[in-house]
Design a protein around this ligand. Sequence first.
Ligand code: RIB
Length: 307
Amino acid sequence: MKKKIVVVGAFVTDLVATMKEFPAAGESIVGETLNTYLGGKGVNQCVSVARLGGDVSMIGMVGDDAYGKKFLSFMDEEGIDHRGVFVHKELPTGLAQVQINASSQNRICVIPGANMGFGFEEEEKVKPILDNADIVMFQFEMRLDVIFDMIRYCHKKGKTVVLNPAPAAPIPDDILAAVDYLTPNETELAKISGISSYDTLEDIEEGCKRLKDKGVKTIVTTLGDRGCYIYNEKGNFYKGFKVKAVDTVAAGDSFNGAFTVKLSEGSSLEEAARYANGMGALTVQTKGAIPSLKNRECLEAFLAENK
Ligand code: RIB
């Protein structure tokens, strides 16, 4: 039977500007296009799970404004249960300034707004939703003290905890020991584990070993188009797919969503890695966060074409 997934995470509207080259400090440039997309790591991960057929609910907070309303009606359209999403009366819905250059690299500055309004009071209210979950996914775009408390709660209740430590932040040892799947990218792995370089698989393995020693059960490091490295008892590298990237925003999120859907279906780590690498590869081929999150049919067709 499919396991129940709950995503605790941020709602962020992405204001995406494209340009040939990023401006240097103190420089003004003329850009090319400006688009607005729904995004935020929590929402992106939740929608990825939903579009891949996972049984998912969302927990978080939006502002009492047009963007907040848009997010709530969007969740309805996607058939996502958002009874754990609160509306803050004063703080605005989260916003991000996203810059994308001609090489499809991005720079993102998130202004969290209402996402930081989700506190211990809201945590108490969503405990019945957490109690009903099998797998709970977290990221770091909300108050860290509240996220850490919720991770402790989920761990105590025997839930599977998936933590995508983005944006990277120091993680207390008791939280590391409560995480079943930690899913950093290479730079986040370096910051969290303290490794000084992440150029080779040996470096990545060293970072994973350090985190494993602190009690993380499985570390899934995403390596962009190279694929991912999964470390539990030993490390295994799973090759990614080479595709033409136009916008890499949300690739990590869709990877997390696909990986967790496969966990919820009881698949092997190898199968979960292939599915997640494929989903990431599809995501980078479309502009915008939410528009780039494909459904199961699309992903399975892509995997069948790229055996
Ligand atoms: O991971 C990508 C997301 O991070 C974007 O949608 C943006 O909102 C930032 O929060």
